[in-house]
Design a protein around this ligand. Sequence first.
Ligand code: NDP
Length: 230
Amino acid sequence: MAQTILITGANRGIGLALARQAHARGDSVIATARRPGEAEALNALTRRSGDITVVGADVTSPEQLAGIAAAEKRPIDLVVCNAGQYHARGALDDPAYTAEAWSGTLMTNVAGVFFTVRAFLPNLLAASAGRVAVISSIMGSSARAKGNAYIYRASKAAATNLACNLAAELAPQGIAVGAYHPGWVRTDMGGAAADVAAEDSAKGLLARFDALGLQSTGTVEDFEGNPIPF
Ligand code: NDP
C-alpha cells in the first residue's frame, strides 16, 4: 500500500536509492538534503510523475527540522534517518581524532537521529502505524569490535542504542522503530570496493521497513533481515 516516507540525506548514496525506489513504487516521498538546490539527481525525480517533495534540512539543526515538520501537515508513515558521516579509520594515535571530529560526527550520526524523530513525531502519530528506520552500521556492533574508526564506530553504537530506546518509549504510542545495517555499499562513503550496489541495499531495506511493526520493534538487522549483534 502506498505510504508517505521521509528520508534524510536523500541527495546521494543509499538515501537517493531509497528515494528513487520508494517514488517508483508509488509512495509519497519527502526527501531532505542539506543543499536542495544542488541535489540534481533528486530534483530530477520531481520532474517525473509521482509525488516527491525535496526540502532542505541539516539534521544537526533541530530548528530546521521542526520548521519542516510544522509546514508538513501530512501524516508520515515512515521516517528514515539515513543522513550520516564517516570519519577516519586510524588507530588510537591517529591525530584525526580531534574534539571537533568527535562532536561533529556524533552530532550528525546520533543527535541528528534524535532531532529528526522528535521533530516528526506529531506526523508519525497522525499516521495509522508510524515507523522509524535508523540507518546504523555493523561497525557499531560491540560484539564485532575490531578497533580503528573509533568515532564512526562509537557513533553507530550510539545510533543503534538510540533506536532501541526510542522503540521502548514509542511502542505504547503505536510507533515501531528499527535499526538497520545497509550492507557494505558502493557509495561515496562505502567506496568502489564495497560489495553491495546502492539499489540492492535500498531494495532490501525497503522490504525490511515494510516488515517493521510493533511485533518487531527494536529490531537490529541488516538489509537482508539477518540479525545484527550489538
Ligand atoms: P554518503 O556519504 O554517500 O551519503 C551521506 C548522506 O548523508 C548525504 O546525503 C549527506 O549529505 C548526508 N548528510 C551527512 N551529514 C548530514 C547532515 N548533518 N545533515 C543532513 N544530511 C547529512 O553515505 P551512504 O549513502 O553510504 O550512507 C548512508 C547511511 O548509511 C549513513 O548513515 C551511513 O553511516 C550508513 N552506512 C553506510 C554504509 C556503506 O557501506 N556505504 C555501511 C553502513 C552504514 P551531503 O551530500 O550534504 O553531504
